[in-house]
Design a protein. Structure first.
Length: 297
């Protein structure tokens, strides 16, 4: 049964258990589609996942496919699924068309984002007739009604924010004030960054919505370094040293990623995080094993 993610968070909080979610991206090939639906998604039955999310490609390049995948997951797997939606390359009218289509397909949950520039590089430029900031998209969705709206937060500050993380966190407060029901964070590897982020938002800015930490169980050394360079996430020295020691042995890196993510999640949940959002790179093995290790499967 498709649920509101807001309701999922509220129900789990009342039961004293964390909300566990998982993220996928639209595959680029038919083989990728088959792997996602025939292997990866069935594995989720082994874990206790409350919902999943499906990303947009850079520049909104997977808009139609994202919606189709969200629809299919909800129909075939009866798993509440959140669609990512960005401001990139879209006017308000075009976004309204996508939103109306999502509503008609029974999508009740949207993660509202500014999005990356087309191609994933270069300066971000607003589309004429569209939105410049994600807070505007959050407000638009909130005013339309009928959706639980999530947004993104950056424990280390957004990579494009030149004025520092506290300014970035202030912008996040604006998105929450615009109607965001919860926040999913960018990936991070040092829990101290999340705790400082949460402390500032809750104590100094009065934020009360769930702040869900985003965790990436790493799969390979080079891939991890590439991703963190793009998003600005810091690799702790000991963590990076271990990755270098393991080198190109991706199986060993995957096992280490499971071990490290398990320790991260144990501390986060022990210290009151309301849930965990796993970045999977379309592979469920690591996230499922971490959930098992946490005793939540």
């Amino acid at each position: 049964m498709v649920q509101s993610i807001h309701d999922i968070h509220v129900a789990n909080a009342r039961l004293g258990r964390p909300s566990i979610s998982i993220e996928f991206f639209p595959p680029k090939s038919d083989d990728g589609d088959r792997t996602l639906f025939e292997k990866t998604l069935p594995m989720l039955k082994e874990g206790r996942f409350d919902y999943c999310s499906v990303t947009y490609g850079a520049g909104g390049s997977t808009r139609e496919k994202t919606l189709a995948i969200v629809d299919r997951i909800q129909r075939e797997f009866d798993l509440t699924t959140m669609m990512h939606l960005t401001c990139v390359n879209a006017t308000r009218e075009q976004l309204r068309s996508v939103i109306d289509e999502a509503r008609s397909r029974g999508v009740h949950n949207i993660l509202a984002l500014r999005g990356d520039p087309p191609g994933g590089t270069g300066d971000w430029v607003a589309t004429e007739g569209g939105f410049r900031y994600s807070a505007e998209l959050v407000r638009y969705l909130h005013d339309l009604g009928g959706f639980t709206v999530g947004t993104a937060g950056f424990p280390e500050g957004h990579v494009a924010q030149s004025e520092g993380k506290h300014v970035d966190w202030g912008h996040l407060r604006e998105k929450i004030a615009a109607g965001a029901d919860f926040v999913v964070t960018q990936l991070f590897f040092d829990n101290a960054d999340y705790f400082a982020f949460r402390e500032h938002l809750t104590r100094n800015l009065g934020v009360t919505v769930p702040l869900i930490p985003g965790i990436l169980p790493v799969l390979s050394r080079n891939q991890t370094k590439k991703f963190t360079e793009m998003c600005g996430a810091r690799l702790p020295a000991a963590f990076l040293q271990r990755l270098e020691e393991l080198g190109d042995d991706d199986e060993a890196v995957t096992r280490y990623g499971i071990e490290y993510a398990t320790r991260q999640c144990e501390e986060l949940l022990r210290e009151g995080a309301p849930g965990i959002h796993f970045y999977t790179l379309n592979r469920a093995r690591s996230a499922v094993q971490v959930v098992r290790n946490l005793g939540l499967a």
